[in-house]
Structures are given as structure tokens and as C-alpha cells.
Design a protein around this ligand. Structure first.
Ligand code: DHB
Length: 402
């Protein structure tokens, strides 16, 4: 008979991505023990290419709670973005409008910083586990059952269980269908994402609207750049040679001002499908959902990770109160507190997406209206401020830089 290893902890966390690890870190600072498990290996998570923009509050959370200050040294503060339409660039000056910046720092680096910090603190994080399932989330002793990376069967018993297990969350399924509401929206397009070895094409990120569809010119370093262009959700990456990709990207950003992209070898290409999705409530008994397990946004504006970090900041506070007082009613405050930000981010991501993408089947009226919207946003201080405030993260706390 195989021996089952049993461990007890206060908070069991399914998912050791940025949300799960940040929660584990914040709980540790509050003197609360946790165990986090993930089906993926640490290397697998590190090698997944993800978005690269942090809100000012996400940077503060990493720095002020002692995860790492690498973001301040190796990240880049961006004081604005460019919106291009009609082939002309229009800068949105975040710093001037709202006194904040957004930070270019890949999500993968956030994960690496968190994983290193958890390791330093001697945290119990099990990567590369299999056959994970959860039991008894309504009872006093919820459990995470799994086989660890050495093949041993494990049961983690906890007081509270957190599902930070991503957009295909297994934990979410524990909420009976009749008690769970899903809100979602599909988009008839996807993003073709590339990494390329080339110098920067522009000092800041460029979000381009064009008749051929959306393009985003982002960055990773002096020598590595990240770019995306709108494509069909069923697009085949193998049908795109480097030359064809460059031709398409150049066409989407070209215009009377003569702007063009610095080209170089393309080292990674992926089609990224997306949707808008929210699950309510985020609590079921002693189980709570955080990050992508409870909501996903389309990528335009890069809110996903920021939203996940905002969730776990609230969740850590709520769990701390519950653990200290033994009063589980406080868990009911989590969902409404987190959701107020979730719906703002849902609107922002949906809005940026709809304003910038070419919608298949759009009429001339739709296209002209989109250009009118872009002209309102870039031509009015109120319009630009609305975008700047949402992009850098709704105001909270003090500025990072003088
Ligand atoms: C990146 C991704 C985004 O979705 C975005 O809005 C900005 C930047 C990126 O990967 O760099």
C-alpha cells in the first residue's frame, strides 16, 4: 500500500504563479504559514513569455514588502505611451497627467523574484506536482491532494484554501454551478506575439490603430523587443516567415511622420487567444479564488498580472483578519472588495481593445467612430487623463519617484 504523506498548514494555495507566491509571501510577513503547489515546474513557468507592464502599485508591492528591488534597477519607468492612428503618433503623458509611471518589467521576472524570495524565506512551495485535486472546501479541513515531483502521494490539510490556479482553474469548478455566475465576452481576433533581436524602435510603447488591424510595439531590453499584431484566432504561426511578419508590422505603424520599426531575427512567435471573463463570487466556504482563476482580461493595457497582485493584497488582509479573530464572516468582504477593481480593469481592457482593433465586419461608420474616439482621448486632457489613470493603476499611495 502506498503511504500518503499528510501535512497541515493554515493556508493551502493551489497555483504557485505570481498570485500564489505573492499571497504566500504576504501571509508569511503576517506570521501565517502556507503551502503552495503547482502542476508546472519552476523552469516551465520561467520559460513562458508573458506581458511586461507593471502598475506603480504592483512595483510598490514588490519593493515595499521586500520581495526584491530588482525592478527598480532593471525595470524601466515609462512616463507615457504613444497612441498611433491615421499613421500619426500621439503621446499620452502619464507623468504630466497623473504623476505616475508604468514600469516595463516582464511578468516572468516578477515570478523569478517571488520564487527566489520564497526560497530565501524557507517557504514550502511544491512545483511539478501531478494529479492535483481539492476536497471538502466547505468543511473545516479543506485538503489539497496531489502526487509530488518524487512520486509520493501528498495531502495538505488547511484551514483556508486558495485557488490561484489560472484561467483554467480547477478550484473554480468546486463552486456548484447554481451558486456561480460567469460573465464573459469573446473577441473575433487574437494577437500574434513575437520576440526579436533588435534595438528599440521607440522610447516608449506604441499602440497602433490601422486599417490592417492593431499592432503593439513593446520592449524587453536594449537588444530584445516584444511586438504583437492583431491576427485571426486560428492563425497558423508557421505560415509567417520573418519577412512576412516585418512587412505586416511595418505596414501597421507606417505613416506620414515616417516612423518605422528596427528589424532583427525573430526568436519566438505565438498566437495568443484571449477573452474577458469574470466568475462571481470569489469565495465558496473556506475556498477563495484569486487572479486568473476568477477573472481574465484581454491583453491590451496589460492588466492581468496587476489585477492578480491587487487581489492577493486584499486577500492577505482578509485572511489575516480571519486567522487572528477566528471569525470567518470576514471572508465575505473579499469578493466585493476585489471585484470593484476587477470590473474597472475589465472595462479598461475591453475599452482599449475595442478602440484599437479592426473588428471583422466593421462598417465605415464603425471605423470613423473609432477614429473619433481616439481623437477625443488624445485631443482632450480629460480623455488622456482617463487613460493615464487607468493604465498606471487607479490612484493609491505615493509616487515612486520624485
Ligand atoms: C506588453 C503586453 C501588453 O498586453 C501591453 O498592453 C503592453 C506590453 C508586453 O508584453 O510587453
Amino acid at each position: 500500500m502506498t503511504r500518503v504523506h499528510r501535512t497541515r498548514t493554515t493556508v493551502g494555495i493551489v497555483g504557485a504563479g505570481p498570485a500564489g507566491l505573492m499571497l504566500s509571501h504576504l501571509l508569511h510577513r503576517a506570521g501565517i504559514d502556507s503551502i503552495a503547489v503547482d502542476n508546472r515546474t519552476r523552469t516551465e513557468i520561467e520559460q513562458t513569455v508573458r506581458a511586461g507592464i507593471l502598475e506603480a502599485d504592483s512595483v510598490r508591492l514588490l519593493v515595499d514588502t521586500g520581495v526584491s528591488d530588482r525592478v527598480l534597477r532593471e525595470g524601466h519607468a515609462h512616463d507615457g505611451i504613444e497612441l498611433r492612428f491615421g499613421g500619426v503618433g500621439h503621446r499620452i503623458d502619464f507623468k504630466g497627467l497623473v504623476g505616475e509611471s508604468a514600469w516595463l518589467y516582464p511578468q516572468t521576472d516578477v515570478f523569478m523574484d517571488l520564487a527566489a524570495s520564497r526560497e530565501r524565506d524557507g517557504a514550502d512551495v511544491r512545483f511539478g506536482v501531478t494529479d492535483t485535486h481539492v476536497e471538502d472546501v466547505l468543511g473545516d479541513r479543506p485538503r489539497i491532494c496531489f502526487t509530488d515531483s518524487s512520486g509520493a502521494e501528498q495531502v495538505v490539510e488547511c484551514d483556508y484554501l486558495v485557488g490561484a490556479d489560472g484561467s483554467r482553474s480547477m478550484c473554480r469548478q468546486e463552486i456548484p454551478e447554481e451558486q456561480r455566475r460567469h460573465f464573459s465576452r469573446e473577441y473575433p481576433f487574437a494577437w500574434f506575439g513575437i520576440l526579436c533581436e533588435a534595438p528599440r524602435s521607440a522610447p516608449e510603447l506604441v499602440y497602433a490603430h490601422s486599417d490592417r488591424g492593431f499592432a503593439l510595439i513593446s520592449q524587453r531590453s536594449e537588444t530584445l523587443q516584444r511586438m504583437y499584431f492583431q491576427c485571426d484566432p486560428d492563425e497558423d504561426v508557421d505560415a509567417w516567415s520573418d519577412d512576412r511578419i516585418w512587412e505586416e508590422l511595418q505596414a501597421r505603424v507606417s505613416g506620414p511622420d515616417g516612423f518605422s520599426l528596427e528589424e532583427g531575427p525573430i526568436t519566438d512567435r505565438t498566437v495568443l487567444r484571449f477573452r474577458s471573463f469574470v466568475c462571481e463570487p470569489m469565495r465558496h466556504g473556506n475556498m477563495l479564488l484569486a487572479g486568473d482563476a476568477a477573472h481574465t482580461v484581454p491583453p491590451t493595457g496589460a492588466k492581468g498580472l496587476n489585477l492578480a497582485l491587487a487581489d492577493v493584497k486584499v486577500l492577505a488582509e482578509v485572511l489575516e483578519q480571519a486567522v487572528r479573530t477566528g471569525d470567518k464572516d470576514v471572508l465575505d468582504t473579499y469578493s466585493p472588495r476585489a471585484q470593484s477593481r476587477v470590473w474597472k480593469a475589465q472595462h479598461f481592457s475591453y475599452w482599449m481593445t475595442s478602440m484599437l482593433h479592426a473588428v471583422p465586419g466593421a462598417t465605415d461608420f464603425d471605423r470613423r467612430r473609432q477614429l473619433g474616439e481616439l481623437a477625443m482621448v488624445t485631443g482632450s486632457e480629460a480623455g488622456s487623463r482617463f487613460l493615464a489613470e487607468a493604465y498606471t493603476g487607479w490612484p493609491e499611495g505615493a509616487s515612486l519617484r520624485a
